[in-house]
Design a protein around this ligand. Structure first.
Ligand SMILES: [Zn+2]
Length: 270
């Protein structure tokens, strides 16, 4: 969901602050909102309009900027903003089209942790509706949300390394596809923490690019070595978050591979 919202910081009261100081404060505030999924995007902006400092953001929910959703670190940043501007930042929805209904976590049956180098910050989706859930709505601690953010950065870097670098390509690929790699171990731990916090089964997407020319379909779950072909999703009809492989016990899901032109690499991740 994207709700265009104006944040008004007000007129600067502490005249000793430089433009850089203001910029740093606003960056600190908005990047924390982004890391928790309270607002979307990875960039920030601000302008001085009639003497007041204002930013425009895309909120994920009409109440996403309410005080109780801020991290403990952002509550400290708000105190600094209050000292600088003489008041807490005010926010105002400027969007004409606010959806009337928002999905509730109580209606969700399965969550999935999924990201790639092309995805935005948030990465936990309802596997059935395919809608993303802002992290702040998942009853996670501030530290756990930070851990998820760090993991996302690491995942994106590995994905970039695999796609863009020559020498590190296979090392990065192994981290992405081998179930017990450090990267995947960390990701699965975050799924377990999310499941514990929400009470909703939380799956981990295990990447696979190179597949076997024969019998790919009969491959076993790399976690428990049992059957994991999900017959309700046709291999040729897979789409976003529709996984032809799923293991409920290991909480793993996977897509059908994209390439069959390297049988040596197809063994990686099995
Ligand atoms: Zn399994």
């Amino acid at each position: 969901m994207c709700i265009s919202t104006e944040i008004n910081f007000g007129k600067l009261k502490d005249k000793s602050l430089s433009t850089d100081d203001i910029d740093n404060l606003i960056c600190e505030f908005i990047s924390q909102l982004q890391r928790r999924g309270q607002v979307g995007g990875t960039e920030y902006n601000w302008s001085k309009i009639k003497g007041e400092i204002r930013s425009f953001v895309q909120m994920s929910h009409p109440k996403a900027l309410s005080e109780q959703h801020h991290s403990k670190w952002n509550k400290e940043t708000i105190k600094k903003l209050e000292n600088a501007f003489g008041a807490k930042p005010q926010w105002n929805i400027v969007d004409d089209d606010i959806p009337s209904k928002f999905q509730r976590l109580t209606s969700v049956k399965r969550l999935v942790l999924f990201t790639t180098m092309f995805e935005y910050i948030n990465c936990i989706y309802d596997m059935d509706s395919k809608k993303m859930f802002p992290l702040y709505q998942l009853s996670l601690t501030d530290e756990q949300i930070e851990d998820i953010n760090r993991w996302i950065s690491a995942y994106k870097l590995h994905d970039q390394m695999w796609l863009l670098s020559g020498k590190l390509e296979i090392l990065a690929y192994k981290q992405l596809v081998e179930v017990h790699s450090e990267l995947n171990k960390d990701g699965r731990e975050l799924c377990a923490l999310t499941e514990e916090a929400t009470g909703i089964p939380t799956y981990y997407h295990l990447m696979r690019y190179w597949g076997r020319k024969e019998d790919e379909d009969k491959r076993k779950c790399p976690g428990c070595h049992k059957k994991w072909r999900n017959k309700s999703v046709d291999i040729d009809e897979e789409s976003f978050l529709e996984f032809p492989y799923i293991c409920d016990k290991c909480r793993l899901v996977s897509y059908y591979p994209s390439s069959f032109d390297n049988q040596r690499y197809a063994k990686i991740g099995e």
